[in-house]
Design a binder for this molecule. Structure first.
Ligand code: SF4
Ligand code: SF4
Length: 165
């Protein structure tokens, strides 16, 4: 019986030798990732953002800091920061933005050496990223060229930027 057990074990090992591996040699090789992946990066569209702060109010972690001032009947965004170090990638901010101004990127390799570097400023958030289609599946049917600019009215055409006191 012992011999049979050893033979069975060896058979399993031998069979595995001729199978294609399930693993890949990351980071040299990478598996394909879904279009809707919530990566650990964001893209913020300054042209579309109205400074409404809906994203900041909805963030359960209080990660988004936004500072605005009224000018010419609309809000001008002076500061827009996301602390990705505290982010749980729930997507509430992206989902709640009424003007499609905030998006996830699809990269997940955004490690930094300090926590401070994980706080992304408005300039960091405007770097070109591979946009995730999370909550915006219509992007899946579009090429990158079709996706930019997003085929909607401007925030002003959509009723944003009302007179502020
Ligand atoms: S994904 Fe969630 S936790 Fe992260 S900034 Fe957006 S709302 Fe906050
Ligand atoms: S919800 Fe959208 S439009 Fe409003 S402040 Fe956030 S990113 Fe800008």
């Amino acid at each position: 019986m012992v011999c049979l057990g050893i033979a069975q074990g060896l058979f399993v090992t031998l069979r595995a030798l001729f199978r294609k591996p399930f693993t890949v040699q990351y980071p040299e090789e990478k598996l394909p990732i879904a279009r809707r992946l919530r990566g650990n990066e964001f893209f913020w569209d300054i042209e579309r953002c109205t400074g409404c702060a809906t994203c900041a109010k909805l963030c359960p972690q209080g990660n988004i800091e936004i500072v605005t001032h009224p000018e010419g009947g609309r809000y001008v965004v002076d500061k827009y920061e996301i602390d990705t170090g505290r982010c749980i990638f729930c997507g509430c901010c992206v989902e709640s933005c009424p003007f499609d101004a905030l998006h996830f990127g699809r990269s997940f390799e955004k490690a930094e050496y300090t926590r401070k570097s994980l706080v992304k400023s408005r300039d960091d958030l405007r770097h070109e990223v591979d946009l995730s289609t999370f909550v915006r599946p219509r992007f899946e049917q579009m090429s990158d060229e079709e996706r930019a600019p997003i085929p909607y009215g401007t925030p002003q055409e959509l009723g944003a930027g009302k007179e502020v006191a």
